[in-house]
Design a protein around this ligand. Sequence first.
Ligand SMILES: [Mg+2]
Length: 130
Amino acid sequence: MPQPLPHDTTFTLGLDLDGVITESPEFFSTWTHSWPGRVIVITYRQDRQKAIEDLESRNIRYDELVLVDRFDGKAAVIQDQGVHVYIDDQPEMLKNISGDCRVMLFRNEGNFDDDDSKWMLSNETGKLVC
Ligand SMILES: [Mg+2]
């Protein structure tokens, strides 16, 4: 997949809702409104209307909201929608995403231990290198 220029309107941003947008709503509101391309919110939720209300209450601009019901569902949506950059707070959601998509792990109290200053990973999502 060719990498578009930063101001290319085909540059698609993918965002998780819980633990990402909900953690820093002001940041993501500003970012989504200034993003030149499509914004797709991909969430592991079942209640679509509640997700819409949560996005609207946080002033998030988005073109599409996709609900998934399995862990690797997000990777499939990212592939199908041609997402170029995706942000999630759960490593489980990131591990099956194609290398064509840039991924960012968003830190919060659910995936980072402030007392130890260490990421919290499982054997399925983390690999110690030393
Ligand atoms: Mg999340």
